[in-house]
Design a protein around this ligand. Structure first.
Ligand code: HEC
Length: 98
């Protein structure tokens, strides 16, 4: 029980202070293209769309989003996004197909 309390406390502390929330980044920006596949963007949660992307490895995905790829501008067109936010957004999209 003591251990559980410690875990809960940690979770609470980590919650609001978390630097970047992938779902928020996705809901604000990435969904616009990835939900419906605008300009052939790999669709959220679609394993077939994502399989060849995932095969590159996560580091390549982070890099391609930061530098831009095809119809996706560098930093997904939002230069104000931090690296942590971009990565969180990628992690969220990747998590939807795992
Ligand atoms: C303006 C539309 C648009 C927005 C907004 C957008 N994307 Fe994309 N995204 C695309 C398109 C189009 C591709 C496919 C690019 C290609 O392969 O030619 C893509 C590809 C990707 C890929 C795969 C890259 C690869 O190496 O194959 C990732 C990961 C990704 N987007 C993440 C994100 C994240 C995270 C966000 C939000 C921060 C985001 N995208 C916002 C259009 C968008």
């Amino acid at each position: 029980m003591k251990r559980l309390n410690a875990i809960l406390t940690l979770a609470l502390l980590a919650g609001p202070a978390a630097a970047a929330d992938g779902k928020t980044v996705y809901d604000n920006i990435c969904y616009k293209c990835h939900r419906t596949g605008t300009d052939d963007a790999p669709r959220t949660g679609n394993k077939a769309d994502w399989a060849p992307r995932l095969a590159q490895g996560t580091a390549a995905l982070y890099k391609n989003v930061a530098e831009g790829k095809g119809a996706m501008d560098p930093r997904a067109g939002k230069p104000e996004l931090s690296d942590a936010e971009l990565k969180a957004g990628v992690d969220y999209l990747v998590g939807m197909v795992k």
